[in-house]
Design a protein around this ligand. Structure first.
Ligand SMILES: Cc1cc2nc3c(=O)[nH]c(=O)nc-3n(C[C@H](O)[C@H](O)[C@H](O)COP(=O)(O)OP(=O)(O)OC[C@H]3O[C@@H](n4cnc5c(N)ncnc54)[C@H](O)[C@@H]3O)c2cc1C
Length: 474
């Protein structure tokens, strides 16, 4: 029997749930990747993310070649092209790992229908996260909307299960004699216009990064994780996004590191709780696909966003005159990644100081992030805008000056990313008047934080009142 594994956000051979299932079910197999025009060829797709994806695909292709097989890349749409390839290869089993977004779910359903209609079998598994939304339920059977009880239930379930790495003992032969499949023109054209990725892609790179992080930085993660000036986090988000490493492996290895050296315990625990945030946001999207285009908390549908185009352009260009905000945006534009603390600061600034709709910021991030992930990106933005589940309360508004003083005390992060401020002493980087006085080519702050804070509080309160009135039928 012959089978195909459709690689998507699981670009590895190791500890891959659906691939392992396929290996048990067939005698011959081949890897498949479907390049979807409708996904990769639009302006909202980060060029840096594409470049990273292609490097991951090259690495996967090398791994597959090393075991005497090959990765076939075809152009979509998957719904029509997968049944066609299965027919050409006389394959009767298709395996893939599930995705969470509404688009992927509906496309996958169409693929399943057409493959099953042709009399073939589909093997589908959950791999991207450890638990899906339906696995973590309260004692009343309902989904959690607050992180802490979700996390407690998550850890309880985790401790009751064995989630160790699993690699199938049997590896089927390659599918023989199916001729050549030429590289899609779309892939060749896209590759021509891309720069080299800023982060190394592929399974080996992910492994090296995990080992490096678990070797030392993780021991201080709980102390350093909020400092954008330090290299204190794993920077594995883009690998988890494309599945070049499995999340189960991250848990397993981190827990082993913590057992072998008790001084790692606090750091490891805190790090794993961040991975549980990833699972939480994934579950929120799974349960509430509407969050991709609307507020989780519907009382904020009444918010009167100002959406001033000039302010938005200044924010997008990293020219707001707020050094920590501009440093974050410039790090993103330059590398395709931004530190979590600065993601929170720039998102708070956009939504609260500028009163710009979080959906614009979410889209901008998605256009630039290498790790751009619909569930985590949406969760992060709705958290910062106070419109999300278990979000920052609307009255807690970050003061960008105090944030930079606290989390970038020496100003090293700001100076690294904002060239105009390279020679400004740290004392002057965290206050509005001195920054503008010291660096003439740096913009003056586009708003005054204190008055914008007051304006945001008024707007948020107004929205809540309007919602209440609407509910009471006033
Ligand atoms: C406005 C905003 C947008 C964001 N957009 C994304 C996104 O598109 N993709 C993305 O992967 N993360 C996103 N995050 C979450 C977080 O900023 C990144 O996961 C983290 O900065 C990645 O760096 P790291 O791998 O060094 O993280 P580490 O601190 O090493 O954490 C380990 C892993 O845990 C997960 N994680 C950590 N923090 C969070 C979090 N708050 N929410 C969900 N998962 C988390 C990530 O997979 C991360 O790789 C966003 C956060 C905010 C505030």
């Amino acid at each position: 029997m012959r089978g195909l594994h459709w690689f998507r956000n699981d670009l590895r051979l190791q500890d891959n749930r659906a691939l392992d299932d396929l290996f048990q079910a067939v005698d011959e197999w081949c890897g498949l990747f479907v390049l979807e025009h409708r996904l990769v060829n639009k302006p909202s797709v980060s060029r840096k993310r594409l470049s990273f994806l292609f490097e991951c695909l090259d690495d996967l292709a090398t791994d597959i070649t090393q075991v005497g097989n090959r990765l076939v890349i075809i152009e979509g749409p998957a719904e029509t092209q997968i049944p066609q390839v299965m027919h050409e290869m006389s394959a009767s089993v298709l395996s893939f790992n599930e995705s969470t977004t509404p688009f992927a779910k509906s496309r996958d359903q169409s693929v399943i229908c057409s493959v099953e209609k042709a009399g073939h079998r589909v093997l589908k598994r959950r791999d991207h996260v450890i638990f899906s939304a339906t696995d973590i339920r309260s004692s009343k059977g309902s989904a959690y909307s607050v992180y802490t009880p979700y996390r407690n239930a998550w850890w309880k379930k985790y401790s009751q299960n064995d989630h160790g790495e699993f690699t199938a003992s049997k590896r089927p032969r390659p599918i023989a004699n199916f001729g050549t499949v030429s590289t899609p023109k779309l892939l060749t054209n896209l590759k021509k216009n891309l720069e080299k990725p800023t982060f190394k892609g592929g399974h080996r790179a992910a492994h090296n990064r995990l080992n490096q992080f678990l070797n030392k930085p993780v021991a201080h993660y709980h102390q350093n994780r909020d400092r954008p000036d330090l290299d204190g986090t794993s920077r594995l988000s883009m690998h988890l996004r494309f599945g070049t490493i499995s999340v189960r492996e991250c848990f397993k290895q981190a827990m082993e590191a913590s057992h072998s050296d008790p001084s790692y315990k606090s750091g490891v625990h805190r790090w794993l709780d961040e991975l549980v945030w990833r699972e939480f946001y994934n579950a929120i999207l799974e349960e509430n696909p509407r969050v991709l285009h609307s507020n989780y908390r519907q009382e904020y549908d009444y918010l009167n966003w100002r959406n001033n185009p000039k302010d938005f352009s200044a924010w997008c260009a990293g020219r707001t005159g707020f050094p920590i905000v501009d440093a974050g945006i410039r790090q993103l534009l330059s590398t395709g990644w931004m530190h979590n603390r600065t993601r929170m600061i720039v998102a708070s600034f956009l939504t609260k100081d500028l009163l710009i709709d979080w959906k614009l910021g979410e889209r901008f991030f998605f256009e630039h992030l290498v790790d751009g992930d619909p569930a985590s990106n949406n969760g992060g933005w709705q958290w910062a805008a106070s419109t999300g589940t278990d979000a920052q309360p609307y009255f807690r508004i970050f003061n960008p000056w105090k944030q930079s003083e606290r989390w970038d005390p020496e100003g090293d992060y700001i100076r690294r990313w904002v060239a105009e401020l390279r020679d400004v002493p740290k004392l002057h980087l965290h206050s509005p008047t001195s920054v503008t006085q010291l660096a003439s080519d740096y913009p003056t702050p586009i708003v005054d934080h204190a008055s914008q804070r007051r304006a945001a509080l008024i707007e948020y309160r107004k929205a809540r009142e309007q919602n209440l009135e609407a509910q009471q039928g006033v």
